[in-house]
Design a protein around this ligand. Structure first.
Ligand SMILES: [Zn+2]
Length: 344
């Protein structure tokens, strides 16, 4: 067996040793040989600690930081309050007092629930645990596959969730209408609806990329400038005036309104409707002003702040477009859950 095929056989595994503080263990498994590659006490697996850092060995770790040891020297490595990775040289063997006193300024580091890395202990139990973890994962995946098959669900090319297929009439198994929400973007019907699922065609993803691209083009053609800022500030002024008017009307009609409407039913819309029907006063509700659904605009907002948000949005879009395009470039036809179950 040559080196290349051996590398192919290497399997990445993730597991937890029950009733211990170790958290999630990451390892490369090659037959019976197990090499631990990292550990994490972070539920979202954002901070995964290597076993060796700058020649120091992992000693203890927590969610936000890890301590590495080399003879009598100790290094702390972890995130500060701004989520930057920072390094600390401890003056002596760090007990909880030393950690508290010498942690980076503004870091949350605490010794609560800290784990001591123990390779021997982990390896002793690992194989049994991995076997059980994989068996559980297999059963979960099998159950989910049968559920998706039974409900005739397939992957939406745009949002990549399992959505029902539309088999009636001449719909030919396209994806049903469903909602879509992505951070920073407007919610609505997913553009992948009414296209073939991802297993059968990349068409849903291709229209999704087109949609993202047109959003990006629109942004590129609307770079924030003084003119845009003036427009937004004008809206802010109108919103402030609306709020002021509402407050004045509330004061003026407080008694009558509170007599008519129960406490739990009182809110802005209700008050405006009440004004209309009872006092014949018509005012239109205005909303606070946001730029690109992200930046709350107020009278001190600058063009520079708009620009930063604009740039970040373009970067995000570019990143999503590239990732989606890579998937389209590597697309291959697959079986749907229903087809897989029918075959087995
Ligand atoms: Zn979708």
């Amino acid at each position: 067996m040559n080196h290349l095929t051996k590398e192919k056989e290497m399997e990445k595994v993730e597991f937890k040793i029950p009733y211990t503080k170790f958290g999630i263990i990451f390892a490369d498994k090659d037959g019976d040989n197990l090499v631990i590659t990292g550990v994490s006490k972070d539920y979202s697996k954002k901070n995964i600690w290597d076993l060796v850092y700058k020649g120091y060995n992992l000693w203890k770790y927590q969610n936000d930081f890890a301590i590495y040891q080399q003879d009598k020297k100790f290094i702390g490595l972890g995130v500060d309050r701004k989520d930057n990775l920072v390094e600390v040289n401890f003056s002596k063997r760090p007990n909880r007092h030393v950690i508290k006193a010498e942690k980076p300024e503004g870091a949350y580091w605490s010794t609560h629930d800290i784990a001591t890395y123990n390779e021997h202990h982990i390896l002793l139990k690992a194989h049994k645990v991995i076997k059980r973890t994989q068996e559980e994962a297999r059963i979960r995946a099998e159950k989910l596959l049968r559920k998706h098959a039974h409900e005739n669900r397939a992957v939406c090319g745009a949002c990549e969730r399992y959505i029902e297929r539309w088999d009636e009439g001449n719909r030919n198994g396209v994806i049903y209408d469903h909602g879509f929400k992505q951070v920073g973007f407007r919610a609505g019907t997913c553009i992948g609806a009414r296209y073939q699922p991802w297993e059968k065609s990349p068409e849903g993803k291709i229209v999704y990329i087109k949609q993202l691209q047109s959003q990006k083009d629109h942004l590129l053609n609307n770079k924030p400038d003084e003119k845009l800022l003036a427009k937004l500030l004008d809206k802010v002024e109108k919103f402030v005036a609306f709020k002021r008017q509402l407050e004045e009307l509330k004061k003026e009609h407080k008694e009558a309104y509170e007599e008519d409407v129960r406490y739990f039913d009182r809110n802005q819309n209700r008050f405006i409707a009440w004004l209309h029907f009872n006092k014949d006063i018509k005012i239109t509700a205005l909303s606070p002003v946001y730029y690109l659904d992200t930046l709350h605009v107020w009278d001190k907002t600058t063009v520079n702040q708009l620009f930063t948000v604009w740039q970040r949005m373009i970067d995000t879009l570019t990143d999503i477009i590239n990732k989606q395009q890579t998937k389209v470039d590597n697309w291959e036809e697959q079986l749907t859950a229903k087809e897989k179950v029918a075959q087995s």
